[in-house]
Write a protein that binds this ligand. Sequence first.
Ligand SMILES: Nc1ncnc2c1ncn2[C@@H]1O[C@H](COP(=O)(O)OP(=O)(O)OP(=O)(O)O)[C@@H](O)[C@H]1O
Ligand SMILES: [Mg+2]
Ligand SMILES: [Zn+2]
Length: 545
Amino acid sequence: MEYRVLARKYRPQTFADLVGQDVLVRTLTNAFANNRIAHAFLLTGIRGIGKTTTARIIAKGMNCIGADGQGGPTVAPCGVCTHCIMVSESRHMDVLEMDAASHTGVDDIRDLIGTVQYLPSSARMKVYIIDEVHMLSNNAFNALLKTLEEPPPHVKFIFATTEIRKIPVTILSRCQRFDLRRLETPLMAQHLKNITLKESVSADDEALTLIADAAEGSVRDGLSLLDQAIAMGADETGTIHAPAIREMLGMNDKSQLFGLLEKLLAGAVGEAMAEFGKLYAAGADSAMLLQDLLALVHFITRIRISADAADDIAFSEKERTFAMELAGKLTIPTLTKLWQMLLKGLQEVRIAPEPAASAEMVLVRIAHSADLPSPSDLIRSVRKEAANAPVGGGNAAPSRPAAASLITTQQVVSQSVAQPTVVHAPLPQSFESAVQMFTAQREPLLYNHLVRNVRLVQFEKGRIELNVAAEVPQDFAGRVGARLTEWTGQRWVIILSHETGAEPLQKQRDAAEAAKREAVKSYPLVATVLEQFPGAVVTKVTEQP
Ligand SMILES: Nc1ncnc2c1ncn2[C@@H]1O[C@H](COP(=O)(O)OP(=O)(O)OP(=O)(O)O)[C@@H](O)[C@H]1O
Ligand SMILES: [Mg+2]
Ligand SMILES: [Zn+2]
């Protein structure tokens, strides 16, 4: 006997067999019972969920004459009368199935409309099933409209589409619409189980749940995956087991990854490297590996927040137990730190010329930081130290970090790093404030020269002696003098000198900045951070508001 794929073999022939579409079935049942059958239906929903199937059941129901040849329209077609059989086999003269995907033109629709006026040849109703109706051209839709408005009494239209948004409202408003639902995983798994029973195949529940989940609500997808699983074969015990399915679905076994993660967290660099080597030798892709680790950390974090998250069927029983164990041990800050390091590592690995080497470096870095406290732990411990400090020992001097309270420290930091304030005094009291006027008054070019290319030899009110570099323009001294005179209302002269003078202002500022960075290193909080994170550097000192 030829093998028929499960999806075709098990196409529901009646609504009783249609799974998960209760609302649709109930509404149609009422309509048939009250003899209020719409003349146009629109069935919508994702792929492989029963649209074509439903269209055929409706067509059969409209034309079924029952086993005795006496029956009327019904939602439960008998399946044995000639009409039922011919519709099921897609060869009924009066039930026309058209695939709009391949007949999108206005001419196809005109041909179809041309046949509408003729009475059915043998059935009660002429039924037009137009699948993938969203594929029709605009003209084709327009040609349909008039017929759809007032079809002859013996004509019914059934449209099916996966893309309801592409259907013009003019069409929508002339149809009774049914939304077919995605199947939830448990319902799909149950359906798959019923089919394995009929096929005398044994599969464990976890395997079926995995397939059901991967099908994402589409029954046809679920059945195709089951086909594949059956073809792949059962194990020695004659059963299809979850691990095989996981492999088939490309969800590889994560227990090795758990091993790797454990070694990393324990800071066991050598063992972690060995684990990585094993995975790599087995063909794991470096970036994929980090991605899997990320997924794992995410999973553990979710469990940490809510234990319910552990019922994720993408992970095996063993993996779930393991993740729960880790979730019990790790804190959220540790998990987020791990996540960030992995994420940053992943970005590096993706652009690295040698991804495997880069991945190794990432893992080494993580293993090394395993015993590092998180920033919040650090702050907490510094606070605790401060609280334990002897009363009266609150000397905030940077040389006595342990005794300084955090608050005092902050004050010290903000005092010592306060930026020089801009002086808008009409008469500048220093060279620095005179120069500052050039930014305040928007003379960026002159300001730039004053800051970088000028050494101060002497400053007096009304008289500035400068040693200027070759970069400054010819009329520089004249312009600076003129500007200052203008702004202050007092005469200023700039005298050029050959004496060495002081360092340019910018150099002085850079040096001061560096000194500031150096100085904060001895504040308790900063010192602890630097000590706990080897290689950390102070890059910027900003003032706390
Ligand atoms: N609700 C359902 N209950 C049981 N089986 C279903 C259901 N939906 C789909 N199937 C199975 O999937 C197969 C395909 O269904 P059908 O052709 O009706 O899907 P469709 O919604 O028209 O999909 P498409 O959008 O791809 O045309 C059927 O033969 C049947 O085996
Ligand atoms: Mg279809
Ligand atoms: Zn029948």
